[in-house]
Design a protein around this ligand. Structure first.
Ligand code: HEM
Length: 265
């Protein structure tokens, strides 16, 4: 019998192992949903990172059109992740308070994949590294994404390759630093959007990237609103001010000039 013919649904997908990963600590009914929502989001983040890695490689090779497919998939996954907040909204403050004490200081704030995703999209902030165990695989993955070019860095290199005057300080910027919006970059995007027929590939790429930024902000907004429903203005388990902190994250833009240039068109 070949290996393939002995394969079953459960063995191929490692279903027993997957279904053994939910370990509620409180014995309260709602903790299972809390765990499964986090775990499914982590799985979707894994797929999103996988697609973004592939898209970044294509963009680096100048293959913009093939990159669209993966980026379109990412924004569909993000839409599913946002919809998941509707399920969380069925959890009342009383339900959550029933098991909040077992969570200690753990929080989504410490999600290494979420920070890796932020880094990949260009939201570089090295201060999040300290929330991972020193030398752990999670910290290494984050460190790698922090020090590598983001998808936006790769896109700006393509703008330069297409003949736009992108300054050297932008193209050679320190990868681990927060991106600083630049007027020449904004001017290049304005030119792309003013003559879409001529710059179709870059224009399409810009819209696909904006889809990702838009979807991330939508995900953040629904998270903070749902959280306010559950914990009000109380501090978070991760040690931040809670809703007040999360509201501030709504101003984070991965591709700032793709937003700012719209006013000037
Ligand atoms: C009852 C459910 C939830 C509550 C009360 C909650 C609350 C919070 C709070 C208060 C923060 C701010 C950091 C802190 O002080 O803890 C936070 C951050 C975060 N949460 Fe949630 N959360 C919940 C569910 C989820 C789920 C299901 C996910 C999915 C992975 C998630 C992902 C995140 C992420 C990624 C952050 C960091 C956001 C940032 O810093 O930009 N949360 N959460």
């Amino acid at each position: 019998m070949s290996a393939a013919s002995s394969l079953t649904y459960g063995s191929y997908l490692h279903i027993p192992e997957l279904l053994d990963c939910q370990k509620p600590l409180s014995g309260r009914h709602d903790e299972m949903l809390f765990i499964i929502l986090h775990q499914t989001m982590e799985l979707w983040m894994k797929q999103v990172l996988f697609e973004i890695d592939a898209a970044q490689e294509m963009i680096a090779r100048g293959e913009l059109v093939p990159a669209y497919k993966g980026l379109a998939r990412v924004s569909r996954i993000q839409a599913v992740m946002t919809q998941a907040w509707d399920i969380l909204a069925t959890m009342t403050p009383a339900d959550y308070l029933g098991f909040r004490n077992v969570l200690g200081t753990s929080s989504g704030f410490q999600s290494a994949q979420f920070r890796t995703l932020e880094y990949r999209l260009g939201l570089k902030d090295a201060s999040f590294l300290k929330y991972q165990e020193a030398g752990s695989a999670e910290q290494r993955a984050m460190g790698h994404a922090l020090n590598e070019p983001s998808i936006y860095d790769g896109t700006l290199a393509q703008l330069a390759r297409a003949g736009f005057a992108i300054p050297r300080e932008v193209l050679d910027r320190p990868r681990d630093q927060a991106y600083v919006p630049n007027e020449a970059v904004e001017a290049a995007w304005i030119a792309v959007y003013r003559d879409t027929d001529k710059h179709w590939a870059l224009y399409q790429l810009a819209e696909k990237l904006l889809d990702l930024d838009d979807a991330l902000l939508t995900w953040r907004s629904r998270h903070v609103l749902t959280i306010e429903r559950i914990i009000g203005m109380k501090p978070g388990t991760g040690g931040t001010a809670g809703v007040a902190y999360l509201q501030k994250t709504l101003s984070r833009r991965c591709f700032p000039e793709l937003w700012s240039m719209r006013t000037k068109l």
